[in-house]
Design a protein around this ligand. Structure first.
Ligand code: SAH
Ligand code: DHB
Ligand code: MG
Length: 221
C-alpha cells in the first residue's frame, strides 16, 4: 500500500459520494491560480467536516484559518437555511481573505459567513461578545494551536465540538525532540486536551490525497 493507493481510494470515494461541484472546483482553481499553497482539506475531509457540523446541529461555527475558503464553504453549507446560521472565519493574510471572500460569495454564503482579517490571537478576544460557538475548526498556524484551543474552550458551551486539523503530519506528532515547531504545537495541544477536565476528546489518523495526517475531535462537557 502506497500514497498512490491512498489517493486512488480518495478518488474512488469522491467519484461515488462527491459529485462535481462547480463552486468548490472554482474555489480550488482560484487558490491555485493565485499561487496559494495547496493545503486545504481534501474533498472527503471537507465533507466529513460538513457532516460533523450537521450531526452537531451547529448554528454558529468558528473557523481559524480560511485560506481560499474551501473548508469554509463545506462548513457554511451545513448551516441551517432559516437565517439562524452564522460562520466567522479568521485569516491572517489579506490576500487570502480577498480570494476567500469571492469564493464565499460565489457559494452564496456571503450573508452568513464573515471573514475577520488579522492574527487570530488578536481577532479571537473580541469574539467573546459573539460566543458561544457550537463548532470550532482550528486549522491555522500550527505552533499556535494550544492558544487557539484555549480560546475555543472559552468561546464554547457544553456540547460544543472542537476539531483540529493536521494533528499527525506524517507521524511528526510523536517527535518529542522539540525541533519541529509544528509538531511541538500539536504536542502542547494534546497536553492541554488530555489534562483539560472541561473537554473530552480523541484523535483519528487519516490517509488520502493529503498524505498521512489526522484530526483531533473534542466535545466540551
Ligand atoms: N482551512 C483551510 C486551510 C487553512 S490553511 C481549508 O482547509 O480550506 C491555514 C491558513 O491559516 C492560511 O490561509 C494562513 O494564512 C492562515 N494563518 C496563518 N497564521 C495565521 C494567524 N496567526 N492567524 C490567522 N490565520 C493564520
Ligand atoms: C499544511 C496542510 C494543512 O492542512 C494546513 O492546514 C497547513 C499546512 C501542509 O501540508 O503544509
Ligand atoms: Mg489544515
Amino acid at each position: 500500500m502506497t500514497p498512490a493507493t491512498w489517493t486512488a481510494v480518495d478518488e474512488y470515494f469522491s467519484g461515488l459520494m462527491l459529485p462535481p461541484d462547480p463552486v468548490l472546483d472554482a474555489t480550488q482553481r482560484s487558490a491555485a491560480d493565485a499561487g496559494l499553497p495547496p493545503i486545504s482539506v481534501s474533498a472527503p475531509q471537507g465533507k466529513f467536516l460538513h457532516l460533523l457540523t450537521r450531526i452537531a446541529g451547529a448554528r454558529r461555527v468558528l473557523e481559524i484559518g480560511t485560506l481560499a475558503g474551501y473548508s469554509t464553504i463545506w462548513l457554511g453549507r451545513a448551516l441551517p437555511k432559516d437565517g439562524a446560521g452564522r460562520l466567522v472565519t479568521l485569516e491572517f493574510d489579506p490576500a487570502h481573505a480577498e480570494i476567500a471572500r469571492a469564493n464565499i460569495a460565489r457559494a452564496g454564503l456571503d450573508k452568513i459567513v464573515e471573514i475577520r482579517v488579522g492574527a487570530a490571537i488578536d481577532t479571537l478576544p473580541p469574539l467573546e461578545t459573539e460566543a458561544p460557538f457550537d463548532l470550532i475548526f482550528i486549522d491555522a498556524d500550527k505552533p499556535s494551536t494550544p492558544d487557539y484551543f484555549r480560546w475555543a474552550i472559552k468561546l464554547s458551551h457544553p456540547g460544543s465540538v472542537i476539531v483540529v486539523d493536521n494533528v499527525v503530519r506524517g507521524g511528526d506528532v510523536i517527535d518529542a525532540s522539540g525541533k519541529n515547531q509544528d509538531a511541538e504545537g500539536m504536542r502542547r495541544f494534546f497536553d492541554l486536551l488530555s489534562a483539560e477536565p472541561r473537554v473530552t476528546g480523541t484523535a483519528i489518523q487519516t490517509v488520502g490525497a493529503k498524505g498521512y495526517d489526522g484530526f483531533a475531535i473534542a466535545v466540551v462537557t
